[in-house]
Design a protein around this ligand. Structure first.
Ligand code: IMP
Ligand code: MG
Length: 173
């Protein structure tokens, strides 16, 4: 498998991430914002969106495994790494690479709402891919909407490869 086409280039991504950062900066004035990066896919998006937010924020990381094949999640989620910082009373923004079936982000939303006494839990996803949605989820901040297709780059992988591509691309079959 190799790259077939560029879907979103680095300039489009940078401009959109900058705009998301400005919107988040406006919305979270006076709040205790904590960005939670959903590993591994969101690491590059987190790095860029965090620097586009002009507020005093905290950053932590969570890692979950969702079993399935390389292109589709199965629905069973296992927690691999929990955040370390105290989240009670804080405003959590989950930073995710892509919401597809919605299973992962719905699980995370419930986990943070129930387990930690957060003031609020919202979702920021670079890509909202809605055709295969199984669980209804509200993506509060979405970088881009796509209906379908498997994409890689800018943190997104296929079997752990292509995460370092600066553009978001489709793969040739
Ligand atoms: P969901 O639980 O089905 O919403 O799956 C979300 C996870 O599946 C994402 O965090 C990605 O890791 C992975 N995923 C879904 N679609 C894609 C894609 O097009 N490219 C790369 N990873 C994807
Ligand atoms: Mg992911």
């Amino acid at each position: 498998m190799d790259i077939a086409a560029t879907v979103l280039d680095r300039k489009e991504i940078a401009d959109r991430v900058e705009a998301l950062g400005e919107q988040i900066t406006r919305d979270y004035q006076g709040k205790k914002l904590v960005l939670i990066c959903v590993l591994n896919g969101a690491f590059i998006f987190l790095a860029d969106v965090a620097r586009a937010i002009n507020l005093d924020i905290e950053i932590d990381f969570i890692r979950v495994a969702s079993y399935g094949n390389e292109t589709e999640s199965s629905g069973s989620i296992i927690l691999r790494k929990e955040p370390d910082i105290d989240l009670a009373g804080k405003d959590i923004l989950l930073v995710e690479d892509i919401v597809d079936s919605g299973i992962t982000i719905a699980w995370l939303h419930e986990y943070f709402t129930i387990k930690h006494q957060a003031a609020s839990v919202k979702i920021c996803a670079l890509i909202n891919k809605y055709e295969r949605r199984i669980v209804p989820v509200q993506v509060d901040y979405a970088g881009f909407q796509i209906d379908k297709g498997f994409i890689v780059g800018y943190g997104l992988d296929y079997a752990q490869k292509y995460r370092n591509l600066p553009d978001i691309c489709t793969l040739a079959k």
